[in-house]
Design a binder for this molecule. Structure first.
Ligand SMILES: Nc1ncnc2c1ncn2[C@@H]1O[C@H](COP(=O)(O)OP(=O)(O)OP(=O)(O)O)[C@@H](O)[C@H]1O
Ligand SMILES: [Mg+2]
Length: 295
């Protein structure tokens, strides 16, 4: 426990031991236990408000993420996408409103309780955020050593399994500086998986990657959902990735979700904000032939 608190949420990686915990912070909020539909949702944000100075980032913001869905949140630069992830991770508290994870309120918890909730959520940062002085193996092993009581052979087996999942079996003794951008991203994804999170958050997972590598990373995110069963939230302004990955797309504008639905619904939306965003973002990153064919 001391080690967990020391590490804080620097790693944002979950551990199964805490998942099995019966601590009050993981029990369902009684105000929601009567709602049979609440089981459907891993995350619920209700009436969340947040400002930075005079700038409103979230204005009575509502969002629900159903178990096993792949939600892509689209929005222009500076709109609040990364800030939303910080709210979900609890590294930033909302001014008001409620944020529930598995029916339990997480928006106003103490540090220790919050750390336990955070252990169920994997995070892949835009920068990948690998520790440059550690090998790939050590980067993946660190959260297991810090947050669990697993033996070294158990840790080695988990690291091997996760590196195999991202097709980087051969990379474990390399240093981060020896990796390409795409490899770094895949290592960061593998690290987010070592404690089997239920929810994985991705901040701009494909930005800065060439189109082929970006597609590989998008495919990997699909695999995480389809093979590993994780619920996925991606925030991005990359349309190609969004339409490839999502089972649902939501568009963030002026502090709220202006439209949300399956990719085909978003693509054919008549909402002016949606059409303007899609036109502008398509200009930035031309849609793939698959997208144009309605994939
Ligand atoms: N700690 C902070 N203090 C003050 N303003 C902040 C803070 N964090 C973010 N902001 C501001 O909040 C707004 C939203 O920032 P955020 O990083 O969430 O945008 P974003 O949608 O992720 O943008 P991008 O697509 O460029 O990554 C920006 O105007 C940013 O300058
Ligand atoms: Mg951002």
């Amino acid at each position: 426990m001391k080690r967990l608190l020391r590490l804080g949420f620097r790693l944002a990686i979950p551990t199964l031991e805490f998942f099995k915990s019966t601590e009050p912070c993981l029990q369902s909020d009684s105000r929601h236990s009567t709602d049979p539909k609440s089981d459907r949702y891993l995350v619920e944000m209700k009436g969340v408000n947040l400002r930075f100075g005079n700038k409103t980032i979230f204005d009575k913001f509502d969002l629900k993420i159903a178990k096993s869905e792949r939600l892509v949140l689209l929005g222009p630069s500076g709109i609040g996408k990364s800030t939303l992830l910080r709210l979900l991770l609890g590294t930033l508290p909302p001014e008001s409103g409620r944020i529930l994870f598995k029916g339990a309120e997480i928006s106003h918890l103490g540090r220790e309780q919050l750390n336990r909730i955070r252990t169920h959520i994997g995070m892949v940062f835009q920068s990948s955020a690998l520790i440059s002085s550690l090998t790939v193996f050590e980067n993946l092993a660190l959260p297991l050593r810090e947050l669990t009581e697993k033996s070294e052979p158990e840790i080695a087996a988990i690291v091997d399994e996760k590196l195999h999942f991202v097709d980087l079996d051969q990379a474990k003794s390399l240093m981060p500086a020896e990796l390409s951008g795409g490899m770094r991203k895949r290592v960061a994804i593998a690290r987010s998986l070592v404690l089997n999170p239920e929810l994985i958050l991705f901040d701009e997972p494909t930005t800065g990657l060439d189109p082929i590598v970006a597609r590989q990373v998008s495919d990997l995110i699909l695999d995480l959902n389809e093979k590993a069963g994780a619920t996925i939230l991606v925030v991005t302004h990359d349309l190609q990735a969004a339409f490839h990955i999502a089972t649902r797309i939501a568009l963030l504008s002026q502090g709220r979700i202006v439209e949300s639905g399956p990719p085909t619904t978003i693509k054919t939306s008549h909402n002016e904000i949606v059409t303007q965003f899609l036109a502008a973002a398509s200009y930035e990153t031309p849609p793939s032939p698959q997208m144009e064919a309605g994939a």
